[in-house]
Design a protein around this ligand. Structure first.
Ligand code: CO
Length: 135
């Protein structure tokens, strides 16, 4: 699977967008508020290619996984997302191999894509996301 994006937890979305624009020349390709996850997100990529992107995640309020992550560990890398067309099929395969995803079925993530997450305890300390096409 190819890396789709790297997720980074940030306390201030606008400040972090400026950082990636000014240091490495990325541009915002998508912005969204995912209220079910209590986050505001921005995807940034290279303006000339459709390569791997950066997903900045800013918490809305004090509830939710990103707020908890920031409180416990501070800003920084949160997850790596891999692209697959078959999220549901991959979830079954991973379940059978003893690495069950956190969700029991694909759920709706940012950009209207279906996603699931694999717990860091099954992935050498890194939270992994599988991201498919639009639902
Ligand atoms: Co993500």
């Amino acid at each position: 699977m190819k890396i789709d994006h790297v997720g980074i937890a940030v306390p201030d979305l606008e400040e972090s967008i400026r950082l990636y624009e000014e240091t490495v020349g990325l541009v915002v390709t998508h912005r969204e508020e995912v209220s079910s996850q209590n986050v505001r997100v921005a995807f940034l990529g290279n303006p000339d290619t459709t390569g791997t992107e950066i997903e900045l995640l800013e918490p809305i309020g004090e509830d939710g996984a990103i707020a908890a992550f920031l409180a416990k560990r501070g800003p920084g890398m949160h997850h790596i997302a891999f692209h697959t067309e078959g999220v549901g099929t991959e979830m079954e395969r991973l379940k059978a191999s003893g690495r069950p995803p956190l969700e029991s079925a694909p759920r709706l993530g940012a950009r209207g894509h279906h996603v699931c997450f694999l717990h860091p305890k099954h992935c050498g300390g890194v939270l992994l996301e599988l991201v498919g096409g639009p639902l």
